[in-house]
Design a protein around this ligand. Sequence first.
Ligand SMILES: *Cc1c(COP(=O)(O)O)cnc(C)c1O
Length: 363
Amino acid sequence: MQFVDLHKYHESISGQIDSVIKEVISESAFIGSNGNRFIKEFETKFSEFIGVSNCVACANGTDAIEIALVAFGIGAGDEVLVPALSWYSTAEAVASIGATPIFVDVNKENCNIDVSKIERLINAKTKAIIPVHLYGNPADMVEIMIIAEKHKLIVIEDCAQSHGAMIDGKVVGSIGDASTFSFYPGKNLGAFGDAGAMLFKNVNVAKIARQIRNHGQEEKHTHIRLGRNSRMDGLHAGILSLKLDGLNEQNQKRIEVAKRYNELIHANIVKPAIHENIKSVFHLYVIQVEDREGLIEKFKSQGIPFGIHYPKPLPHLAPFNIEGGYESANHVCGRILSLPIHPFLSEEEIQLVANEVNQHHSC
Ligand SMILES: *Cc1c(COP(=O)(O)O)cnc(C)c1O
């Protein structure tokens, strides 16, 4: 059993993958500068998929957050609200561009940002909020947009785990002022290496981001600002355009796996709620258990792969060095366990995992 199976899907479209790779090689379209047709095609296609006009492809999902922040003019002296539980990048990106991440505790039910705790942290320095749709499950964007509008905050959705997730029929990444995506191979939409993208509602902010990703150039040899090298490779763009066609179907298969887990796993275990108007794309399937160590031992003896996303609240990590607080994030960090999930997990595998979870919890 595998925690994530990338191979089966790639094998099923291997002919198309081979021809994309050949095309990139025959055109020597390796570097994703502004003239690269594979980049342009992917940007157009991804724009249409999310429904936001300005897409800027870049080198990875962490750069996407950093570049988006800088493009909005955020920097030293500014505060940016981020959830206390996420992959490290969400907070790292804020600190890397010289701004200060201000951590908001999460709610215990789905580990997303606790919207009732946002407003008390807003002051004159607060410039933006970065909600994360953790595990593929949308954060409460309705409430977040109300708060952001009231306090004139920029909203940058971190969609690295939520390609194709929806709230009331709206795709996440289309709700805030901007959104960022990672196409790390293990994400729901993954390249064959590191890749990322940003989407902007404002064309001028997108223009700045486009310059930053390519050494601050407005056009070749016209460097009008400091930037960096954060281009997406042509190869990844070609592969992502191809894989984007299969994303909804692959997501649907993940959702079916999650539904089976939910049916099989006993009610005394905290498991992801499935709501009618909220479409989680189950990047991860995360339960909460009291005796996690015991269950991990059982999983190890049965060869069942697992993960912990994530072991510590972000503010408690060394670079942020905040002691205590974040009671809910801390609580869930001691209990969360990610079960294997991917589009090709079989009914037998699902049952095996669910049985181990149930047995452990009834004894
Ligand atoms: C993966 C991830 C990122 C970073 O993406 P990279 O492409 O690995 O740089 C950012 N935020 C979240 C929530 C992620 O899961």
